[in-house]
Ligand binder design. Structure first.
Ligand SMILES: N#Cc1c(NC(=O)c2cc(S(=O)(=O)N3CCOCC3)c(Cl)cc2Cl)sc2c1CCN(Cc1ccc(-c3nn[nH]n3)cc1)C2
Length: 454
């Protein structure tokens, strides 16, 4: 990204007079001060802690400018853009950058499973265009602006995954990104606890069209009756996809093998293959191919790309333990905010068994590490969580802080070299109906614990 201080100030409607600052150029935007690079704009978001506390760390790492809330005392020796609300300013800046660079924007929601439709679409488009896509689970009101402001200067096609937790989420993301193509891959059942009914989920998903350009295209499943009534209010072009000729385009699965799926699209004689199993991936490939064809990618390029699609890193998804317990290893964001958020949602998850959490060290938190590990105590309540297994030397302070608030033996701590002992205890404790959350920085190697329990 390349933006001048002046145009950034204008875009975010800065409240302060920036004429006294040199009109420097910012080349990136970061809210995690550990990731700040030289030339970045720091975005002090409110997470587990208020990002404003971490300006010094951002400055050490090379930040040249910071957004700054009008409600926080202004630093007198660092250039800031004072704004009403930092998150809204972050989002408005992303919208400005998108309108300035004008890539084709493809918005996809409902993606799930190992190789998402977003990954496939980006992979196929990359055969022909300079393409950028959502990384990891950066698909919400914070992650999407981050994705937009991270796209390379010469991006031609931007593939944005739009996540939905609550009604209104996709309205915000769609009106921010104003997509040229929007795709709903499925309605699914996720978040039923928030939405109540599948109709409400369908209504929420349809919000992805709220910002769709007038000459845009909406791609939806043909076999989802719940969408029918909402589609009547759509003025833009609609294309449906499915398993048979009741859809505008459909896929016929010819063979499902352990490592690949063989199929044929309604719009081509070619026998296609994709290096991942599961007929739903043939459906995801159909959506990706409809998007790619619309944008001018040849069938040869589409076929070649699909045959080479790589399995992306497992998304945060449930795996079953050998005794039948459900395990969620949240592998993405190892920062205090994400750990707090996932503990809060895990604590509300329905279960007939017990909720158990394995929390490993969050690395590279410097001098703030102690207070940030201790702050996880706000997200651990013995009423909701049966047992807490803490793992790593940083987590010792959390152990000391919460051990008295839980029944005897309900909080245990292991040093990193005692991973085998942790595994043995979990094998001993886990029951069929239990839910187990595992979260730590990658470096703690919790995936070995998951593998051992599978
Ligand atoms: N709270 C908090 C912190 C972070 N939070 C986040 O990155 C964050 C992460 C998330 S998220 O949930 O991971 N996420 C983001 C993208 O989309 C999907 C969801 C969200 Cl939604 C919001 C925030 Cl604000 S990153 C981070 C923190 C606190 C510590 N920081 C590094 C740091 C370490 C030491 C010092 C220090 N200063 N002086 N001594 N030590 C300063 C900063 C790094």
């Amino acid at each position: 990204m390349k933006l001048t201080l002046k145009e950034t100030a204008k875009a975010v409607n800065a409240l302060n007079d920036v004429s006294k600052y040199e009109n420097i150029e910012i080349t990136g935007a970061e809210f995690d001060s550990r990731k700040v690079k030289k030339g970045d704009l720091f975005i002090p978001l409110k997470g587990a802690r208020d990002g404003h506390e971490f300006l010094e760390k951002a400055r050490e790492n090379g930040a040249v400018l910071s957004l700054w809330s009008k409600d926080v005392p202004t630093p007198d020796d660092f250039p800031v853009l004072i704004v009403e609300d930092v998150l809204s300013a972050f989002q408005v800046l992303a919208q400005y950058y998108l309108q300035k660079k004008k890539p084709t924007v493809i918005a996809i929601t409902g993606s799930n499973g190992k190789t998402t439709t977003k990954d496939m679409t980006a992979f196929v488009l990359a055969t022909t265009f300079k393409t950028y896509k959502t990384q990891g689970n950066y698909n919400n009101e914070i992650g999407m602006p981050y994705t937009i402001l991270s796209m390379p200067e010469d991006t031609e096609k931007l593939v944005l995954e739009m996540g939905m937790d609550h009604a209104g989420d996709l309205h915000l993301l769609s009106t921010l990104a104003t997509p040229d193509i929007a795709a709903i891959t499925l309605i699914g059942e996720s978040h039923l606890e928030f939405f109540g009914t599948r109709e409400a989920i369908a209504k929420g998903k349809m919000e992805i069209a709220d910002g769709l350009k007038e000459n845009g295209l909406l791609i939806v499943p043909s076999d989802e009756p719940l969408l029918k009534s909402f589609l009547e209010n759509i003025s833009q072009e609609i294309a449906t996809f499915g398993w048979d000729n009741s859809a505008d385009e459909y896929v016929t699965v010819l063979a499902e093998k352990r490592e690949e799926t063989i199929f044929q699209f309604s719009f081509s004689e070619k026998i296609m293959e994709i290096a991942v199993p599961g007929k739903y991936n043939a459906r995801n490939a159909l959506v990706a191919s409809m998007i790619a064809r619309r944008l001018g990618v040849s069938m040869e390029d589409i076929a070649q790309a699909l045959a080479a699609v790589e399995l992306t890193r497992n998304r945060t998804e449930w795996v079953e333990s050998s005794v039948g317990a459900k395990m969620l290893s949240d592998v993405y964001n190892a920062n205090p905010t994400a750990m707090g958020l996932v503990l809060d949602s895990f604590s509300q998850m329905e279960t007939t068994g017990k909720r158990r959490v394995v929390l490993g060290d969050m690395l590279e938190l410097g001098e703030a590490s102690k207070v940030l590990h201790e702050s996880m105590s706000e997200h651990l309540d013995s009423y909701n969580i049966e047992k807490v297994y803490l793992f790593g030397k940083e987590m010792k302070v959390l152990f000391d802080k919460i051990v008295e608030n839980f029944p005897k033996g309900a909080v245990v701590h292991f040093d990193k070299e005692d991973k085998q002992a942790l595994i043995e205890l979990l094998k001993n404790d886990l029951q069929k109906e239990d839910l187990l959350l595992l979260k730590a920085s990658n470096g703690m190697g919790l995936f070995e614990v998951v593998e051992a329990l599978k």
